[in-house]
Design a protein around this ligand. Structure first.
Ligand code: DHK
Length: 152
């Protein structure tokens, strides 16, 4: 039920498969920044708005789903880069509606300028907003938007 949702809880920042390899993996596409840099950027951005973040990365679909289920009633919003699961996972999408909080889907690269299979997202239809192609600044933009939102 929506009234169980914490209005002042942390913003959950979730990164899916292979995003632990940021900085090493295809830097011409994903840039030179590491996942630690992303986490630091998220923490800094949230702090500017008096907010906190909870961050999580996993290469395992079930671990991501377990975490998102447990976020219900605890977090105020979700920022998620589902990695390759964006394009394949109905189960992740089903989990994301469980917490009943605003969701911003972030992609570091412009997925629409890449291979056809990256153009479809199972997450976008249930997201409040989608950010693609801003590099890791997309995470900061998502947190800034969510921090300013009157809903959370
Ligand atoms: C990250 C991935 O790992 C890919 O599988 C997606 C996304 C794009 C990104 O741009 O951050 O297709």
């Amino acid at each position: 039920m929506a009234d169980t949702v914490q209005a002042t809880g942390p913003i959950l920042v979730v990164n899916g498969p292979n995003l632990n390899m940021l900085g090493t993996r295809q830097p011409e596409i994903y840039g030179a920044d590491t996942l630690d840099d992303v986490v630091a950027l998220c923490e800094r951005t949230a702090a500017r708005f008096g907010r906190t973040v909870q961050t999580f990365q996993s290469n395992h679909e079930g671990a991501l789903i377990d975490l998102i289920q447990q976020a219900r009633g605890v977090v105020s919003a979700i920022v998620i880069n589902p990695g390759g699961l964006t394009h394949t996972s109905v189960a992740l999408r089903d989990a994301l509606v469980i917490p009943e909080v605003p969701i911003v889907e972030v992609h570091i690269s412009n997925v629409h300028a890449r291979e056809e299979f990256r153009h479809h997202s199972f997450v976008s239809p249930i997201a409040t907003a989608v950010i693609a192609g801003l590099g890791i600044q997309g995470y900061a933009a998502a947190i800034e938007y969510l921090s300013a939102s009157p809903r959370i």
